[in-house]
Ligand binder design. Structure first.
Ligand code: UDP
Length: 486
C-alpha cells in the first residue's frame, strides 16, 4: 500500500515494539513516554496477552489522556491466550512459533498505519523487525534492554569459542578468567558468562539464537542502551567500534522522573506498567521500620525458585540480624502438587515478626523507601539500575541471561554489593545479609551512595544521558523529515 508521507509539519511518528516480557516493557514504555513528552506521536505495540494485563493492573487510559498522540496497539505473541508463559517458555517458543507470527503482524500494523510510522524503535532481541523495516523503507533503531556488558559478552561469544576459551570443560575451574572479551579481561570468569555457556555443546540453540540477535542489532540505524556513559563507559567504547551510533540514555526510569518532575513538579502521578497486582501494604509495613534496617528480596518477573532454595533463603534471612521484605510471585515456587504454594503460606506464618511477604511489590517505591538498606536481587538489568539510582547496595543471586555478568560488575567493578552466584545455602545467605546490612554496612552504603550520586547527575540537565536523549530526539526528527520527503 502506498503510504502518505507528504505532511512535513506533523510530529514524528515512532512505533515502539518490546519483547513481550515485563522487564522489556518497563524500560521501553518509559522511553516511549520520554518521546511523547518531546511531542512525538507514539504507538506502543504490545502483545494481546500483556496488554490485557497492563489494562487490568494499571490506569492505561491515562497515557493517552496525558499524551494525546500516545496509542497502544496489540498483536499476537504467537501463543494461544491460555498458554501459561512461565518457566523457559520464551527461548523454547521464540524461533518456532513466535517469530513468524509476530513478524507478519508487525508488517500489517506498519503497512496500515496512519499517519505512517517514521521510525521504529524495536527491541534488540526482535531481529526480524529489521527485515520488515528494510522491506518497508522505515528507519529502525534497536533498543537492547539488557546490560551493555552482557550485550558485549553475547557479541563476543564466537570470538571466545574461536580462541578455545569455550566450551567450558565439565570438571574445570569456573574461576578461570576469560581473556577474549575486550574491556573485561581482568574480571570476567567462566562463571560470569551467561548460563548457556556452561553447556558442553557450542551448537546449543539458545546460545546461537542470542548471538544471532545480538549481531543483528548492530545492523540497525542506531542502538539505544539503558545505561550512562559514567556507568559503562569502557564497554560503550567497545560497542561503538562495531556500531558508531549508540545512545546511552539511562537509567531511563530516573531520566523520566527528572523530566516529569521538571515539567510538572514532584507530586506528579507517575505511571506504573506492572503486569501483576501490586501489593502496596508493604509500604505501610516499611513505614514502621527504622531507617536502613530492612533488606528487600526479589528476583524479578521471570525467575522461579525451587521449594528447597526458597527454604534456604528464608532460613538465612531469618537467622540474620535483619528484617526482610520478600517478594514471592504467584506460581514462582517449583514444588510437587502445590507444595510450592504451601511453603509460601507456611513461611508467611512463621515470618510474622521478622519479615513481610508479598506477591508483587511497588519496587521503585520500595527501593527508595528510607527503611531499605539492601537489595537481595537476581540482577535483572532494571532491578540493578533501580538499586543503583536509589543508592541501595546489593546481594546478587543471578539466575540467567545478563544476570551473571551484571552481578560480577556490581561486586567487582562498581563494588556496591556481594555476589552469591552459584550458591544457595542458608549460612552464606545469613553471612552476606549481615555483611551488607550490619558488619560492613557503612562501607557499602558509602559506595552505593557515591554511585547513586554520579548516576543521578547523568540524567539531570547537562548530564550525559540527558544530552544523549536530546540528541536521539533530534536525530529522530531529522530521520522523519527525510522519510516525509520520500
Ligand atoms: N518489579 C516490580 N515488583 C516486583 C518485582 C519486580 O515492580 O515485586 C519490577 C522491577 O521494578 C523491574 C522489573 O519488574 O523494573 C523486573 O525487571 P528486571 O530487568 O529486573 O528483571 P526480569 O524480570 O526481566 O528478570
Amino acid at each position: 500500500m502506498e503510504q502518505d508521507r507528504s505532511s512535513q509539519s506533523r510530529p514524528p511518528h515512532v512505533l515502539v515494539f518490546p519483547l513481550p516480557l515485563q522487564g522489556h516493557i518497563n524500560s521501553m514504555i518509559k522511553l516511549a513516554e520520554l518521546l511523547a513528552i518531546a511531542g512525538f506521536k507514539l504507538t506502543f505495540l504490545n502483545s494481546h496477552h500483556n496488554h490485557e494485563r497492563l489494562v487490568k493492573f494499571n490506569n492505561i487510559a491515562a497515557h493517552s489522556e496525558r499524551y494525546p498522540g500516545f496509542q497502544f496497539k496489540t498483536i499476537t505473541d504467537g501463543l494461544p491466550l491460555n498458554h501459561p508463559r512461565s518457566g523457559s517458555w520464551f527461548l523454547d517458543m521464540f524461533e518456532d512459533t513466535m517469530e513468524l507470527k509476530m513478524k507478519e503482524s508487525l508488517r500489517e500494523v506498519l503497512v496500515n498505519s496512519s499517519p505512517p510510522v517514521d521510525c521504529i524503535i524495536g527491541d534488540g532481541f526482535l531481529g526480524f523487525a529489521l527485515d520488515v523495516a528494510k522491506e518497508l523503507g522505515i528507519p529502525i533503531i534497536f533498543f537492547r534492554t539488557s546490560s551493555p556488558c552482557c550485550f558485549w559478552v553475547y557479541h563476543s561469544i564466537p570470538d571466545i569459542i574461536q580462541a578455545g576459551e569455550l566450551p567450558i570443560n565439565g570438571s574445570e575451574d569456573m574461576d578461570r578468567l576469560i581473556t577474549t572479551v575486550p574491556g573485561m579481561e581482568t574480571y570476567l570468569r567462566c562463571r560470569d558468562l551467561p548460563t548457556f555457556c556452561r553447556k558442553l555443546d557450542i551448537e546449543d540453540s539458545s546460545m546461537k539464537l542470542v548471538v544471532k540477535q545480538t549481531r543483528k542489532s548492530l545492523q540497525a540505524d542506531a542502538l539505544i542502551l539503558n545505561t550512562a556513559e559514567e556507568l559503562d563507559g569502557p564497554i560503550l567504547s567497545q560497542i561503538r567500534t562495531k556500531c558508531p551510533r549508540v545512545y546511552a540514555v539511562g537509567p531511563l526510569h530516573a531520566q523520566l522522573n527528572t523530566r516529569l518532575n521538571a515539567k510538572h513538579g514532584e507530586s506528579y502521578d507517575h505511571f506504573s506498567n506492572t503486569l501483576w497486582e501490586v501489593d502496596k501494604s508493604c509500604i505501610f509495613w516499611l513505614n514502621k521500620q527504622p531507617n536502613r534496617s530492612v533488606i528487600y528480596v526479589s528476583f524479578g518477573s521471570i525467575t522461579s525458585t525451587s521449594r528447597e532454595q526458597l527454604v534456604e533463603l528464608w532460613y538465612g534471612l531469618l537467622n540474620s540480624k535483619t528484617k526482610f521484605l520478600l517478594v514471592v510471585r504467584p506460581n514462582s515456587v517449583i514444588g510437587k502438587d502445590g507444595e510450592g504454594e504451601d511453603v509460601v503460606m507456611e513461611l508467611m506464618e512463621k515470618s510474622k515478626d521478622r519479615g513481610y511477604i508479598v506477591n508483587w511489590a511497588p519496587q521503585e517505591a520500595v527501593l527508595n523507601h528510607p527503611a531499605i538498606g539492601g537489595f537481595f536481587t537476581h540482577n535483572g538489568w532494571n532491578s540493578t539500575l533501580e538499586s543503583i539510582v536509589a543508592g541501595v547496595p546489593m546481594i546478587c543471586w543471578p539466575q540467567f541471561a545478563d544476570q551473571h555478568v551484571n552481578s560480577r560488575v556490581v561486586s567487582e567493578v562498581w563494588k556496591i554489593g556481594l555476589d552469591m552466584k552459584d550458591v544457595c545455602d542458608s549460612k552464606i545467605v545469613e553471612k552476606m545479609v549481615n555483611d551488607v546490612m550490619v558488619d560492613r554496612k557503612e562501607e557499602f552504603a558509602k559506595s552505593a551512595s557515591e554511585m547513586a550520586k554520579v548516576t543521578n547527575q547523568c540524567v539531570n540537565v547537562g548530564g550525559s544521558s540527558y544530552s544523549n536523549l536530546d540528541c536521539l530526539i533530534e536525530d529522530i526528527r531529522i530521520m522523519s523529515l527525510k522519510t516525509h520527503k520520500k
